[in-house]
Ligand binder design. Structure first.
Ligand SMILES: [Zn+2]
Length: 448
């Protein structure tokens, strides 16, 4: 099970990277049809059934299935996305769309998010089909567009318009399985839940006037600056949820650190103390225990000699389980204090957190499988702080986890920095392991 080379998955990943399916959030970006064709070809040659969906020109997704013999047996979906975020070629050391193989690592945008897993899942599926594998439970492969925006041309659309094609009892997608070296040993974090998004537009009002006489004017930009400062400074109260508790219990910190990490009153102080040693991890830990606020875009002003009467601020708010629009409004009012009446919330996305149980047969199978690759590692449930397509499926009752099989070559914090960052790359051993693991998991979990 510890095969370290698999040229077929390396080649497939290189092709997916070179297809340059860059999603900048606009409806006409992505061009995922190229990778949909590539994967459809692979699956069709293996003899499995495949459907292609293209709700918007160029934004194609493919869904393939190997039908199980027992309708009562649990079904499993491998969900990969084919789009990637933009890359700035000037700040990369290599061509982000070259898919170069250098010193045992494949370089390129999407190498870890998540074309690596999409390639490994697709190849595992094709190999099972080629082998004439006949499972008891159905296996579905979905390679979808538009994960890097709102999923409205990909998973979100499929769940709404082709639910029968993509709904299964269990699902695996990104991002988990990257080894994390804790004081108490090696952990393999598996996201079982993810935070919600409440993206808000805040409108700050003022009064227009001539900028040559600014004394005591009501300048919306000046007020907005103070609004941004207060939002950035606001520290919402920490909350301890199940997945955080499970992670902290597994970390193996000294008892006094563990106790502080699980105490909403003391966790901020404990994280501050750890920040100097490992800021990447602390940033993630902070996001796991708080609803966060990040002001990201300002729109305002019209002319250099006019006092602006309106400024809009876009704010990325990520919510913990249990938070809805009402809690978010209360938090904003709390952060703004006496400025709250000056600020109008004109638009708010309501995309709440989702969670799956982790006392399931799939969890047990994953743990057994992981032990074959990492005999010294332990699976631990985590809260994903960013959004993935898993949320669409969890809302339909599908138990969804993030998982891949990664070698120890790339450390946990380096993975963190490469998601949407520069010089994204993956080692060939991790690719081989993921492809082998997805093939084995289907055999173990679906029978046959
Ligand atoms: Zn992703």
């Amino acid at each position: 099970m510890s095969q370290s080379q698999d040229p077929e998955v390396v080649d497939l990943l290189q092709q997916l990277i070179r297809n340059r399916c860059v999603n900048d959030g606009s409806d006409t970006s992505g061009h995922e049809a190229a990778s949909a064709e590539l994967l459809a070809g692979l699956v069709a040659r293996s003899g499995a059934d495949i459907e292609r969906y293209e709700p918007t020109p160029g934004r194609a997704s493919v869904v393939a299935r190997i039908e199980g013999s027992d309708p009562d047996a649990p079904s499993l979906c491998y969900l990969g996305h084919t789009d990637v975020v933009p890359a700035n070629e000037d700040t990369w050391s290599r061509d982000p769309f070259g898919g170069e193989l250098v010193d045992g690592e494949v370089w390129g945008r999407g190498a870890i998010d998540m074309l690596n897993l999409t390639a490994a899942m697709s190849l595992a599926f094709a190999r099972l089909a080629r082998a004439g594998w006949q499972p008891r439970g159905t296996l579905v492969l979905a390679a979808v567009a538009d994960e890097e925006a709102l999923g409205s041309h990909g998973a979100g659309w499929l769940v709404e318009h082709a639910p029968d094609a993509v709904t299964t009892d269990y699902l695996i997608t990104e991002t988990g399985g990257m080894p994390l070296a804790g004081p108490g040993g090696k952990l393999l974090p598996v996201p079982v839940a993810e935070k919600g998004s409440c993206w808000c537009r805040l409108r700050v009002h003022g009064e227009a006037g001539h900028a040559s006489m600014p004394f005591r004017t009501d300048n919306a930009l000046v007020t907005a600056a103070e609004v941004v400062r207060r939002l950035a400074r606001h520290r919402p109260v920490a909350e301890i949820h199940d997945s955080w508790r499970a992670l902290v219990d597994a970390m193996g910190w000294p008892p006094e650190v563990t106790a502080a990490m699980l105490d909403p009153e003391r966790v901020d102080g404990a994280l501050d103390e750890l920040a100097a040693a490992d800021l990447v991890l602390v940033r993630e830990a902070h996001a796991c225990t708080h609803t966060t606020i990040a002001p990201t875009i300002v729109h305002g002003g019209s002319k250099i000699n006019t006092i602006p009467d309106r400024v809009d601020l876009d704010v990325d708010i990520r919510t913990l389980p249990g938070w809805g629009p009402q809690e978010v409004r209360a938090m904003i009012a709390d952060a703004l204090g006496d400025l709250a009446p000056r600020v109008e919330i004109v638009d708010a996305l309501d995309d709440p957190a989702t969670a799956s149980r982790f006392d399931t047969p799939l969890w047990d199978r994953l743990a057994a499988l992981a032990a074959r690759f990492h005999p010294d590692g332990r699976l631990v449930p985590t809260l994903q702080v960013g959004a993935t397509d898993a949320r669409f499926f969890r809302r339909r009752g599908t138990v969804s986890y993030g998982f891949g099989m990664f070698s120890d070559r790339i450390g946990y914090d380096r993975f963190g920095a490469m998601f949407h960052g520069d010089d994204e790359r993956i080692d060939v051993e991790s690719l081989a392991w993921s492809a082998a693991a997805f093939e084995q998991l289907a055999r173990d979990f679906l029978g046959g």
